[in-house]
Structures are given as structure tokens and as C-alpha cells.
Design a protein around this ligand. Structure first.
Ligand SMILES: [Zn+2]
Length: 393
């Protein structure tokens, strides 16, 4: 029998042995969030595994201890980025930002690592020389004299083979570090692509942002690494990539874009002894989750005989409902057809289409974060009950 998961043996950022990894938070065993189940019976019987977040005492990277065996992971094949409407606006905005920043240099050489179906590169100016490197590229990529593609993993041997050592003025890495192992070695290889003074862009979901409102339900098994600016710096400083500045994209506020510049290696001065105080806040919020206002309000509503449904069968909803098993939820509304007529793993709560609400009305609707409320209120204008946000105010 194959093990469901393996425990992290060394830091996934700086490769230090696991003795330097300190426990930040340990959550109750739950099914890996992501895939929904096709029957309630399966959903209630599914295997549960613990979720422990560790912080490296050397580089500060927060990482999951229980790494799912690839055999049990889903979403292995990346979908073409251009299929997602939100991502088209996101990458157009990113391309505009770069065009303005480097407009004086008409002959920019830019490399994107993890170029997917080429959506981002094709949004950049036609006059630039662009190279996409992606070993699991999902779709057909348009090639022309200014745009080239390499479908292999980035290694030193690949850089030598294609003579791209010091070729690029700009290297971009978007959403590519969630599950990277030995990140510092990877950064070291990537930095070889840059000229001296060239800029390295990293766009990644940010633990710094997740910490706002202590949104502990965003922690799950599908992402192994949770980067902060400080942990990125401690992996990049020693290889000579110096921090310049950060941006928050307008279309995806859970990610941050950081710019680093290739220069001289320095010793990182960040210290990560113990667990960072801001990380302890998330642990405290998790441990006091049963006392939180949304949970108390929901339990009180149930005592009064009221009915409660939730919106979105997302990973975070699955995490939240598995960690608070006593929360009485009738059903989950989700507009994604592939999710409907499925069940929430570990809880066996049915996932239904939005029109279900008319047939089986409830008194309360629960959403993940207060910032989503306005959008959902517009989406469900006929709902006259009360809204509950799990996080934010
Ligand atoms: Zn480390």
C-alpha cells in the first residue's frame, strides 16, 4: 500500500535538515482539500491526515509537514491560463506594468519561467525578445522570431545548451513556488539567466496577506510552501538577488509581486528564531475558532431552529467545515457545474447550483470573507435572510 503522505525531511526553501523546522500550528486531521466526492458515503469515509505548518529557523519559510504522495494529488495537468477570464485581466495588467517600467529599453530580453500557454508573454510588447520555459506547458504556443519556447525543466545544463547564461534583462516567475523543493538552488539556477543589474520578478500567493484577519482556513495540503517577503529575501540575498520593491496586483489581492535585482551576494540579516509573532496570531485564531463570532452566531441560529447554507465549495470552505465539524450547514451553493451534485469530503454536505436556494430557502448564508459580501449580495438579490462572513469585518 502506498502511504498517503510523507513528512518533510529538510527545509523546502534553504534545504537545511528538518531539525531546523519548528512547529507553528498543528491542525486536526482532515481530507486533503480540493477534490469533491461523488457520493455522501465516500465523503464521510474518506481518509483524513493531519496538517502541520512548520517554520524554518534558518530561512523563515513556512511549509507543510505532511506532503501528499503525488499519487493522491489532483490537478496534475495545468489548465491553459487563457481559459480563466480573471487571469487575462491579471496578466494584461502585469504586462502593462513591465512595459512602462522598461519602456526606454526597446530591446528587452525577457524570460518567463512557467510560461503555461503563453498568455503573459503574448501580452508584452511585440518588439521585445521573449522566451518561455515550461516543461509542462498545456497548449499550443505561438512562435515567431521574437518569441521562443523551451519545454524542459530549468537546469544549468539547459542554460548551457541554449546559451542563455546572462541573456535576460528581466526574468519572471508567476505562481511557481507553491510546491517547489530546494527553492534556493532553483533561484540560483534562475539567476544565471540574468545580466548584472537585471531584474527578477516573483509573483506568489503571500502569507503576509493571508495573515490579515488571521485566515487560517487558507492553509491546506495542496500548497506546500507559504512564502513571506522575509523568507524570500533570506533565500535570495545569499545568491545576489537584492530586494527592490513590491506591488499588489489589482485583480488578485491574495498575491504579491516582488522585484529583486541581480548584484552582489550578501548575508541575509533576517532572524527566524522561534516562531514569528505574526504567525503565532494565526495559531491563536485557529485555537480559539469555536469562540469566534461567526461560529457562535451560526450555533445560536441553529438553536433557534434556523437554517444555514454556505457559498462556494472552495478549498478554504472545506478546511473550515472540517476543522469546525459542529457547524450545521444544510448545503453549499456553487456556480461551477463540475462541483455541483458532489459532496464535501469529510463532512458529506451536498454541493448544489445557485437556484437551489429558491426551492430550499435558508435563513443565513455564509461566505469566506467580508470583502466578498457586496458581490454576493448582487448575485443573490432575492435572498432576504442574514449574511455571515467567516473572516474580516
Ligand atoms: Zn529554510
Amino acid at each position: 500500500m502506498i502511504d498517503l503522505y510523507q513528512k518533510t525531511r529538510h527545509c523546502r526553501g534553504c534545504s537545511h535538515p528538518s531539525s531546523g523546522l519548528k512547529e507553528m500550528i498543528h491542525m486536526n486531521p482532515m481530507p486533503p482539500a480540493g477534490p469533491l466526492n461523488s457520493s455522501q458515503e465516500i465523503a464521510l469515509k474518506i481518509a483524513k491526515i493531519p496538517l502541520t505548518l512548520l517554520q524554518c529557523q534558518n530561512c523563515g519559510l513556512v511549509q507543510v509537514q505532511e506532503i501528499l504522495n503525488p499519487h493522491f494529488q489532483i490537478d496534475q495537468t495545468p489548465l491553459p491560463t487563457s481559459q480563466f477570464k480573471g487571469l487575462v485581466s491579471h496578466y494584461t495588467e502585469f504586462a502593462n506594468l513591465l512595459s512602462e517600467r522598461y519602456e526606454l529599453n526597446k530591446n528587452v530580453h525577457l524570460i518567463e519561467i512557467g510560461s503555461n500557454d503563453g498568455l503573459f508573454l503574448s501580452s508584452l510588447p511585440d518588439s521585445w525578445n521573449k522566451l518561455g520555459i515550461d516543461f509542462e506547458s498545456p497548449g499550443s504556443l505561438p512562435t515567431n522570431e521574437k518569441t521562443q519556447w523551451i519545454r524542459d525543466p530549468l537546469t544549468k545544463a539547459l542554460i548551457d545548451k541554449f546559451h542563455i547564461d546572462g541573456w535576460a534583462h528581466v526574468v519572471c516567475l508567476t505562481n511557481a513556488l507553491r510546491n517547489t523543493e530546494e527553492a534556493r538552488l532553483f533561484f540560483n539556477t534562475a539567476s544565471l539567466l540574468l545580466i548584472e543589474g537585471g531584474e527578477f520578478w516573483i509573483e506568489e500567493p503571500s502569507l503576509d496577506l493571508l495573515l490579515v484577519d488571521e485566515q487560517w482556513d487558507l492553509l491546506n495540503h495542496s500548497q506546500a510552501n507559504f512564502w513571506t517577503l522575509a523568507s524570500l529575501q533570506s533565500c535570495l540575498d545569499p545568491i545576489g538577488l537584492e530586494y527592490v520593491e513590491s506591488f499588489i496586483p489589482s485583480y488578485n489581492t491574495n498575491v504579491q509581486r516582488h522585484v529583486f535585482r541581480k548584484g552582489v551576494p550578501v548575508l541575509c540579516e533576517n532572524s527566524f528564531e522561534g516562531i514569528s509573532p505574526h504567525l503565532l496570531r494565526i495559531k491563536a485564531a485557529y485555537e480559539k475558532r469555536f469562540d469566534s463570532l461567526p461560529v457562535q452566531k451560526t450555533l445560536e441560529a441553529r438553536r433557534m431552529g434556523k437554517k444555514i447554507a454556505a457559498i462556494s465549495a472552495s478549498r478554504r470552505t472545506q478546511v473550515y467545515l472540517n476543522q469546525i465539524q459542529i457547524l450545521p450547514i444544510e448545503y453549499i451553493i456553487d456556480e461551477i457545474p463540475q462541483r455541483q451534485n458532489h459532496w464535501i469530503p469529510g463532512r458529506g454536505i451536498p454541493v448544489v447550483p445557485p437556484d437551489f436556494l429558491k426551492k430550499y430557502p435558508v435563513d443565513f448564508l455564509m461566505v469566506s470573507h467580508a470583502s466578498e459580501l457586496e458581490g454576493y449580495k448582487e448575485h443573490f438579490p432575492d435572498f432576504k435572510g442574514e449574511w455571515i462572513a467567516r473572516f474580516g469585518s
